[in-house]
Design a protein around this ligand. Structure first.
Ligand code: NAD
Length: 522
C-alpha cells in the first residue's frame, strides 16, 4: 500500500501484483512536510487500469486545504531563499540518493495506478531522477555574470527565485513530470505546490515523502489534489508566481491563458502527433523494431509516442512487417514477467480510442492489425486495447487529425522525401518527429527543413536528456514555447534576473558638485 498512501516508509514495501487491495486507503494532502488526511466532500475513485479494482480515493482538496498549502509554501520561502545554494545542493544530493533507493517502490506505484509495465515505470522514474541529478549542478549552472562597465563601476547580473511556484501534472508520467518541477524549482530557491494527476498521484506522494526525508524544510514541497477546481485555485492564487503545466491542449490552452491574464509565468507542454518518415534506404530491421516499440510501448500513452508513420516510396508495403513485430509484443498486467504493454488509463480512454479506430474504418482506411477486443486471460476487466495498425490513412481522416493517445499507429503514404517533409510540416503539432534513413545527406536535409522541435535520426523517441531542454513547438506548447522545461531554460523559468550596478571610488567622497548628465558609463 505504500505506493498510494504514505502509510509505509520502507523502500522494500510496495505492491508487486494487481491483487485487489483489501482495504484501500485514501490519498492524503502533503502540507508542511506532513501527510494530512483531507476533509474533502468530493472524492475521485482511482482504479487499477489492469483490473478496475479500487486502489485509493483521491480528494478534491478543499479550499481551506489548498490555502493551507499555499500559506505553508509562502511562509517557507524567505528562509529557503536565504539558504546558500550549497546547502540546497546538499539536500538535492540526498534527494537523488533516496529516489534511487526507492526506485522500485516508485515504479510499483506507477504500474499499479497508471498501468504501464514495471520496466517502463522504472524508466519513468529514471527520466525524472536524471532531472534531479542535473539539478545538483546548480552551483555551476546558476552562475551570474559580472563586468567592469566603467572605471570603478561594475555591473553584476544574477538570478533569484520567484517565490511559490506550482505544477499541474498529467497522468502518463506520474514520477517524471513532477520531477520536471520539484528539483529545479527548489534548488533555485522557490517553494512549490504540486497537483499530480488525480488519476495516479501515488508516485508523487512518495516523492513528497522522500523530499521530507532528504531534508527539505517544511513548506518547500506541498501536494494538493483534485481536478479543474484545484487547477483554478492555482491559477488564481496571487501567492503563486509561476505555473508549469503538462497535459492536453484543452486544459493547457485554458491554463496558459488564465495564468497569463493573472500575470503569472507559465510553461505549458501540450499534445502531439509525432510522425516518422521511413525511407527505403534505412536499416530496415532497426526501423521496424524501433517503430513498433515507440508506437506501442506504454500503450501509446506517451506525448512522444510515435503515432504516425509516413511511408516514403516503396516502404508503403512494410505495414504487415511492422504488424509481425507488434504481434510479438505481449500485452499483460504491468507486474507480469515479460509484459510489453499494459492497459490504457481508463474505460473512457479505451472507448475513445476504439471509436477512433472505428472512424478510420468508416472513412476508408485499412485496418492491418486490430487490437480491439483483445485482453490477457488473467485480467478480463482491464482497459485493454492491443497494438493496432491503420494503413492508407489520409490527412482528412479523423484518426489523423486527432491525438489518439493509445496503442494505435496510423500510416500514410507519400512518393518522395519532399512530400514527407511537407506533410509533417503541415501538421499543427510540433512535438517530435523522426526519420529512418542510412543517408547522412537525407537526414541532414530532414533535420534542417522539418519544423517539429525534437528530431530523431534513426531514434524513434528523441526526448532530450536534462542537460538539454524539452523543445516541442507549434501546437504542442502554449505561448510559442518560450518557456521550455528543464535544462538551462528550466532554471531561467524558475528564476528572475537581478542586475546591480555599483560604483566605488575614493575621490568622490570629497567631490562637491552633482553630475546631472545621463550616465554613459564611458
Ligand atoms: P489532461 O489535460 O487531461 O490533464 C492534465 C492536468 O490538467 C491534470 O492535472 C488535470 O487535473 C488537469 N485538467 C484536466 N482537465 C482540466 C480542465 N478542463 N481544466 C483545468 N484543469 C484540467 O491530460 P492527461 O490526459 O492527464 O495527459 C495526456 C495529455 O498530456 C496528452 O495530450 C499528452 O500528449 C500530453 N502530454 C504532453 C507532454 C509534453 O511534454 N508535451 C508530456 C506528457 C503528456
Amino acid at each position: 500500500l505504500a505506493a498510494t498512501t504514505s502509510a509505509a516508509t520502507s523502500p522494500t514495501e510496495y505492491p508487486t501484483s494487481h491483487e485487489q487491495i483489501s482495504q484501500p486507503l485514501d490519498t492524503h494532502n502533503f502540507i508542511d512536510n506532513k501527510f494530512v488526511p483531507s476533509n474533502a466532500t468530493q472524492w475521485i475513485d482511482l482504479y487499477d487500469p489492469a483490473t478496475n479494482n479500487l486502489v485509493t480515493r483521491v480528494p478534491q482538496s478543499t479550499d481551506e486545504e489548498m490555502k493551507q498549502a499555499t500559506a505553508s509554501a509562502q511562509k517557507a520561502f524567505p528562509a529557503w531563499k536565504a539558504q546558500s545554494v550549497l546547502a540546497r545542493q546538499q539536500i538535492m544530493f540526498k534527494y537523488t540518493a533516496l529516489i534511487r533507493e526507492n526506485w522500485d517502490r516508485l515504479a510499483a506505484s506507477i504500474t499499479l495506478e497508471q498501468g504501464k509495465t514495471f520496466a517502463d515505470a522504472k524508466g519513468d522514474v529514471l527520466r525524472g531522477l536524471q532531472v534531479a541529478e542535473a539539478a545538483c549542478g546548480i552551483t555551476t549552472d546558476i552562475l551570474g555574470s559580472v563586468l567592469e562597465v566603467a572605471k570603478d563601476m561594475e555591473t553584476r547580473s544574477y538570478r533569484e527565485p520567484l517565490g511559490v511556484v506550482a505544477a499541474i501534472c498529467p497522468f502518463n508520467f506520474p514520477a517524471m513530470i513532477p520531477l520536471w518541477t520539484i528539483p529545479i524549482a527548489t534548488v533555485t530557491g522557490n517553494t512549490c505546490i504540486i497537483k499530480p494527476s488525480e488519476r495516479d498521484p501515488g508516485a508523487c506522494m512518495i516523492l513528497a515523502e522522500l523530499a521530507e526525508k532528504a531534508g527539505f524544510p517544511a513548506g518547500v514541497v506541498n501536494i494538493i489534489h483534485g481536478s479543474a477546481k484545484a487547477v483554478d485555485f492555482i491559477l488564481d492564487a496571487p501567492e503563486i508566481k509561476a505555473i508549469s503545466f503538462v497535459g492536453s491542449n484543452k486544459a493547457g490552452e485554458y491554463i496558459y491563458k488564465r495564468a497569463s491574464e493573472n500575470g503569472k509565468r507559465c510553461q505549458a507542454n501540450l499534445g502531439a502527433k509525432n510522425h516518422a518518415a521511413v525511407l527505403p534506404d534505412c536499416n530496415k530491421n532497426h526501423a521496424l523494431n524501433a517503430i513498433a516499440g515507440a508506437a506501442f510501448g506504454a500503450a501509446g500513452q506517451r506525448c512522444m509516442a510515435l503515432s504516425t508513420l509516413v511511408f516514403v516510396g516503396e516502404t508503403k508495403d512494410w505495414a504487415p512487417e511492422i504488424a509481425e513485430r507488434a504481434k510479438s509484443l505481449k500485452m499483460n498486467g504491468g507486474f507480469e514477467e515479460g509484459a510489453d504493454l499494459g492497459p490504457v488509463i481508463s474505460p473512457q480512454a479505451k472507448e475513445r480510442i476504439e471509436s477512433l479506430i472505428a472512424s478510420a474504418e468508416k472513412e476508408g482506411a485499412t485496418i492491418v492489425m486490430d487490437g480491439r477486443g483483445q485482453k490477457p486471460d488473467k485480467y478480463p476487466n482491464g482497459n485493454w486495447i492491443g497494438p493496432t495498425i491503420i494503413a492508407n490513412v489520409t490527412k482528412s481522416m479523423t484518426c489523423y487529425k486527432e491525438e489518439i493517445f493509445g496503442p494505435v499507429l496510423v500510416c500514410l503514404n507519400v512518393p518522395t522525401l519532399d512530400e514527407a517533409i511537407e506533410l509533417i510540416n503541415e501538421n499543427e503539432y510540433g512535438n517530435g518527429t523522426a526519420i529512418f534513413t542510412s543517408s547522412g545527406a537525407t537526414a541532414t536535409r530532414f533535420q534542417k527543413e522539418i519544423e517539429a522541435g525534437q528530431v530523431g535520426i534513426n531514434v524513434p523517441i528523441p526526448v532530450p536528456l536534462p542537460m538539454f531542454s524539452f523543445t516541442g513547438n507549434k501546437k504542442s506548447v502554449a505561448g510559442g514555447g518560450a518557456n521550455t522545461f528543464y535544462g538551462k531554460p528550466g532554471i531561467q523559468f524558475y528564476t528572475q534576473q537581478k542586475t546591480v550596478t555599483s560604483f566605488w571610488r575614493a575621490e568622490d567622497a570629497v567631490s562637491t558638485r552633482a553630475k546631472v548628465d545621463m550616465p554613459t558609463q564611458s
